[in-house]
Design a protein around this ligand. Structure first.
Ligand code: SF4
Length: 496
């Protein structure tokens, strides 16, 4: 645990993180998140965060060294997509029992599980995750992974991010540290070129990176590694030979980008593929960084030509929606990079933003929102469920865009809702993704179900029947009569 503490301190003191830079030395030492109670984290622990970052590496076997529940909680709870291998979605766990803990069988069981996976699946690598229980009993997963790697001749990567270490975001960063320590730079590619880039923090949710990659292909830009979305182990291992990088979700993997720049001189920028302007800006920035690193400057003109062509196509498709959505009010309850990139995207077609959450946003994210919205009155750190409900039921927004956790608040307030977080069903990245996002907003707002559910229920609309109170004799028949009478009395005072 000592080396884990040192690593946590190191990722908390991230110089590329604005939030961290704004703190004094004492606050920096305290870190960004409170440690969680083992077993009480209900997802969102550091282990969960590490698994989120690494699991989309699709040809790797992900082995969770823990009792069964940790894997059960974290397996496949995001919509990342693979264009090939399916091994990443197979669930592997050492399934430790109380007896294993008491008898000190954890490390032995882990070694055996690695051997079984190697023999049954022959993956290029196995990632081994520590968890609360195995950290507390002191299993040395680093030593077991090293020994197994030597014996079986394959990469066995320890991911030391037990849930009790802290939050999901800390787990994201610890996963990046595992990649830096054990994976990136271990394979030398024989085809490195001046147009190679890395995309960091892109998870390929609902396959949305596939809407962007064809644009890069057309420019002759090769994605050496997209970490982690639809990644292959060897691509990640040779990612150190890319010439430039784009960081998509800055809070998750900023430490990876900064350290890759330090170690391998790979410059990076923060960008987004949500929205037309932001997609164009990202393509421009990629081309400019590549030119700075020695690519032929003619790529700049080709990039501008592609941007002009794609923007024209996208605006033409969006024109049909502009009329239907102009002036519609959106409440955005998400955070991070989406808090500004989606805001910008929606405002591009005349949608009004009545509020955006900045809970997980960096200082830079907040600054961007202020610039886009022209004031910060629409930004909120966190809104209690009760306040969200009040806002929606008073019809202060026509739709809420958020993650699944708050969907029932919108539905209870009889307000359209669209999932834009990790469980979303539709890809929203790139030019085509923006058209799809607007199409889904249009479908949700104009769905005829909303006018129906906002109607009073039929039983609230029955004409009042003036009955005499039934006599209070005992028996079932009298009870029914009383209930009926009570119903008609209520109708008299009802809205209809
Ligand atoms: S690692 Fe710890 S906090 Fe996370 S799911 Fe397992 S027991 Fe719960």
């Amino acid at each position: 645990m000592t080396s884990l503490s040192a690593k946590i301190q190191d990722v908390f003191d991230e110089p590329a993180c604005d939030k961290n830079r704004g703190k004094d030395a004492k606050a920096r030492k305290e870190g960004c998140s409170k440690p969680l109670t083992p077993g009480a984290a209900a997802g969102g622990c550091a282990f969960d965060g590490a698994k989120i970052v690494l699991q989309p590496i699709t040809d790797v076997a992900h082995l969770v060294h823990a009792p069964l529940a940790c894997e059960g909680n974290s397996w496949d709870n995001r919509g990342a997509a693979s264009s090939g291998p399916t091994l990443w979605r197979t669930s592997f766990t050492t399934d430790l029992t109380e007896l294993d803990v008491v008898m000190g069988q954890g490390e032995r069981k882990l070694f055996k599980a690695i051997r079984e996976i190697k023999e049954a699946y022959a993956p290029p690598a196995i990632f081994v995750y520590s968890t609360c229980v195995t950290a507390l009993i002191g299993d040395d997963i680093e030593a077991v992974c090293k020994r197994a790697g030597e014996k079986f001749g394959l990469a066995v990567v320890p991911v030391n991010a037990p849930g009790l270490a802290g939050s999901k975001n800390l787990g994201n960063k610890l996963a990046a540290e595992a990649l830096l320590e054990h994976v990136i730079g271990t394979v030398e590619p024989d085809d490195a070129g001046p147009y190679d880039i890395n995309i960091l923090g892109e998870f390929n949710l609902s396959g949305e990176f596939w809407l962007v990659k064809p644009l890069l292909d057309r420019l002759g830009i090769r994605v050496r590694a997209c970490i982690p979305g639809d990644a292959r182990y060897l691509d990640v291992a040779s990612a150190h030979r890319a010439r430039a990088a784009m960081v998509v979700c800055s809070t998750a993997l900023i430490n990876l980008a900064r350290k890759m720049e330090e170690r391998w001189d790979i410059p990076f920028f923060e960008g987004s593929f949500y929205g037309i302007t932001d997609t164009s800006e990202a393509l421009r920035n990629i081309a400019e960084l590549l030119v700075k690193k020695g690519a032929d400057p003619e790529i700049l003109a080709r990039t501008e030509a592609l941007i002009a062509e794609q923007e024209a196509i996208a605006w033409k498709k969006l024109e049909a929606y502009r009329r239907r959505l102009q002036g519609k009010r959106v409440l955005l309850n998400t955070g991070g990079v989406k808090s500004w990139s989606v805001v910008h995207a929606l405002m591009e077609i005349g949608i009004e933003i009545v509020g955006t959450s900045v809970k997980k946003s960096t200082l830079e994210d907040k600054e961007r929102i202020k610039q886009i919205l022209k004031d910060d009155n629409h930004m909120f750190e966190q809104m209690a469920a009760r306040d969200l409900y009040a806002m929606l039921s008073e019809h202060k927004a026509d739709i809420m865009l958020s993650g699944g956790r708050t969907q029932f608040i919108a539905l209870k307030a009889k307000t359209p809702w669209l999932d834009i977080n990790q469980e979303r069903q539709h890809p929203y990245a790139g030019y085509d993704g923006m058209v799809e996002l607007v199409r889904q907003i249009d479908l949700a707002i104009h769905n005829p179900i909303w006018s129906q559910v906002r109607e009073p229920a039929p039983w609230d609309c029955q004409p009042a029947v003036k009955d005499e109170p039934p006599s209070t004799t005992s028996g079932t028949a009298s009870l029914h009569a009383l209930k009926k009478f009570a119903g008609t009395m209520a109708d008299d005072f009802g809205e209809c």
